[in-house]
Design a protein around this ligand. Sequence first.
Ligand code: PA5
Length: 490
Amino acid sequence: MKHLRFDFNNMFSHSVGASGGVTDSELSSMRGQIAKAHKHITHILKSEENRIGLGLEWTALPRQDSRQIQRIQELGDEIAGSYENVISLGIGGSYLGLKAAQEALCNPYYNDFLQARNGRPRIFFEGNNMDPDTLSVLIKNLNPKKTFVVVISKSGETTETKAAFAVIEKWLKENIGDKYGRQIVAITDPKSGTLRKKVESEQSLDGLDFRSLPVLKGVGGRFSEFNVGLLHMAIVGVNIREVLDGAASMLRRCSAPSLTKNPAYMYAALQTILYRKKGKCISVIMPFSERLKSTADWYVQLLAESLGKKYGRRIRVGSNGVERWENDTEKIVNVGRTPIAARGTNDLHSIQQNNIEGEDNKTVTFIKVEKFNEDIEVAGTGDFLEGRFYSELISVAEEATEWALTMEGRPSCTIIMPEISAFLWGELLFFFEMATAIEGELLDVNAFDQPGVEGYKNYMYYKLGKTDIPQEVAENIRKHPLIKRPRYIL
Ligand code: PA5
């Protein structure tokens, strides 16, 4: 069985120098913190109450009930066999993982060629923005009778998804009539939220309308691909079992207590040292594969929302060992590496210049694919390219980029994927999820909340006249309007 490998040679001072790299003694000095983080996470994972209460139930997803997976598979096959198009509505964790899975594990140009998608439905992602241009063009061009809709929102309240769903629902209703609800599946919280209420009321009238799947308790948006993303995998023909087996295999590897045996711990430890001690506050994630571009976007959300935090964490432990985490408003930390998604070789002609010669504040994480599904020989150039294969070109380009960064004393590491398979992609996502959880421990922040996104939401709600926003929030907005002085606008 092939597994992911993590090559961290170029993170060390012996490779990139002491100002840009981690020394052996710096790594050794992290052992205590890693041991503490390991003990804490292991303690949490043992208790379902802790896992659910703190938002770590995603760690149980690789081993979820196979009957539920079978049901999802059947539903996916039914949709794929009956419709030409699927509109997938969702944002953040209810969108990015689905797109990443499809791009990584289906053929490139999936939507463009029937053969490339093995006769399965074309996929249109919406509800991930509020740009009226895209949604308008979509509903003007799609045939509603041949279109199925999957709406995903854990909370059931997210404005982007809610608005898009309202538009799509109206469009379906007007074109299909009473039975339009049979063309909808909702993936949402099993109990709360307006989407769940809608499901319940429609289901009470007709059991075939608004079928639904639950977002499991304690599984937060950006950690939910192995929950909310499964139906999408079934629709586009990705092998769910293999993805979950890959995640389970990485869970086993990432349960090892030893820093030198656990890839997620090593990744988290090295990134934390470089961030805290060497000022590497920007993290470029650069797969050398077109198919992993959206996986890089997925990781950007994971890192930014999980670790970009204002407050440190206060842990309260009940007598039964059940924990509660609070944001300690007296401990302002303002931490978090800034993630940037790039892709090789495309961005060697853009971001790479800055990586090499711009501010010396970055680490680069490459994802290198060893074996591609296809290969093409270059012929007719009559020069150094003659007879070379594309797989060789991209591999040499990746090695060259590592070398160029190393020569400039700039740290990088490489995640090696023997190939892009469902199993290895499952490993990859789970590796990043575990590494992020451990980094949260090392920074002592809550990696599973996102209070920072509330500010803009509240302002929007206020402006749009939502009635239930707290009075003090409304008062704050009234007192501090945005000031736009004309003389500062040219
Ligand atoms: O990670 C998160 O929790 C968020 O990014 C959510 O996924 C995003 O806000 C969408 O939320 P919901 O699924 O509730 O619509």
